[in-house]
Design a protein around this ligand. Sequence first.
Ligand SMILES: Cc1cc2nc3c(=O)[nH]c(=O)nc-3n(C[C@H](O)[C@H](O)[C@H](O)COP(=O)(O)OP(=O)(O)OC[C@H]3O[C@@H](n4cnc5c(N)ncnc54)[C@H](O)[C@@H]3O)c2cc1C
Length: 476
Amino acid sequence: MSEPIAVDLCVIGAGSGGLSVAAGASQLGMKTVLVERGKMGGDCLNYGCVPSKSLLAAAKRVKLARANAPFGLGDAAPAVDFAAVMRHVHQVIAAIAPQDSVERFEGLGVRVIRASARFLGRDEVAAGDVRVRARRIVIATGSQPVAPPISGLDQVPFLTNETVFENEILPTHLVIIGGGPIGLEMAQAHRLLGARVTVLEAARVLAKDDPELATLLVERLRADGIVIEEGAKIRRVERAGAGVALFLEGASGERRIEGSHLLVATGRRANLGDLDLAKAGIAVSERGALVLDRRLRTSNRRIYAVGDAAGGPQFTHVAGYHAGIVIRNALFRLPAKVDYRALPWVTYTDPELAQVGLTEGDALKAHPGDVQVLRWPFHENDRAQTERETQGLVKVLVRKNGRVLGASILGAHAGELIQSWGLAIAGGVKLSTIAGMIAPYPTLGEASKRAAGSFFMPKLFSERTRRIVRLLAHFG
Ligand SMILES: Cc1cc2nc3c(=O)[nH]c(=O)nc-3n(C[C@H](O)[C@H](O)[C@H](O)COP(=O)(O)OP(=O)(O)OC[C@H]3O[C@@H](n4cnc5c(N)ncnc54)[C@H](O)[C@@H]3O)c2cc1C
């Protein structure tokens, strides 16, 4: 190995988190090295957000076409060419890839090394045969899918997010283990494109989301023809011809489900195993996760972690948020800390399910006796009526003093609508401001304004007001 190159910052991993740190640091004048062993852009671009949303976009067009009749239009479902749909998915990846490319980052002044990185010491990394000594190091190595310990699973072929977008043959029956956002998005995409789909979830689907809205979403997905089993106990899996057979515990003995394809979407583990963390003096928990403070520093104060590797919420926008925290700490020595109070997330099914801040259950636990639930159904929104997108609900959790704790939205464009609630939580915006906002008519956003306004309704119609109304009615 050659003499070490000395830099200000070494970033390990060129996914959402690593790219954001490297771009920010180099533009602020830091000598930066970025090490990537796989594809530039990491999971989000290549195996995650971008392909999954592209596949869903194609699938939703099928659903829209089938729902044309009430608009006075023909409702012939389009013919699906699954291989062509996958070509669309890869075209979208290719369209975004230049943003994350080696060329772009080298243009920003970052030295990109295409190799696997591991620690050699407290401030030194081996990137292939290049030694890098850095004042600061950022672990941005992302995560990988974890398969559950089901007997026989290691003996059968199964898809994960890393392979499912390479599959050009429409499954006749796709069985998905895992009812989280990834499992449900893939379930709906494949179902709408013509596959039979069964989702097997050991607990309840979308366990981190509001149970009421998650249940409504499950009803909608079932109406699309997806079989969803919650509390499913899979005993074993075995090959069945070209597909797989799953054996489930049932009330009257074992049940068998056969699928042409199996997708495992049961959670993800941080990529830390190859890093030789001990050589850098980086502590890990009993479960092997990085021990970080709220400034995202490891036990070696020169080394930070961002994104999925940090072991917290696994989203691209979290990786980007982490990057900002690390840049402020490592470059400007500002003690910026992570704060997830206004963290949003979205499941991009049709309808979308979006969450920010606390769910109802968490709000009740955190503020017993001091939580009011505000609701506004989509069917009372005129734009939802014009679009025939009337199923859905805005649900907002507020304290008695009107402080917004969280919001959950199920419905069309929920991922867009949730953002004003994120702003309300982060900026401490008063409910009266949201209720008094002039919202353009007709927009779905009016549902948020109405939900906020409903907080003041009982006060407007207090017992005194009601008594006056009754008296007036008596004399009138
Ligand atoms: C199917 C799916 C759909 C998703 N959809 C969404 C969504 O809609 N919205 C959302 O916000 N999030 C979504 N996510 C999550 C999102 O993709 C991740 O949270 C995000 O990619 C994390 O970014 P990261 O930078 O931490 O890791 P990654 O993007 O995984 O990047 C890590 C990089 O580090 C590299 N690496 C690892 N170890 C080493 C090493 N030792 N040396 C060198 N390089 C290394 C890897 O090759 C990889 O390129 C989705 C995930 C999946 C799987």
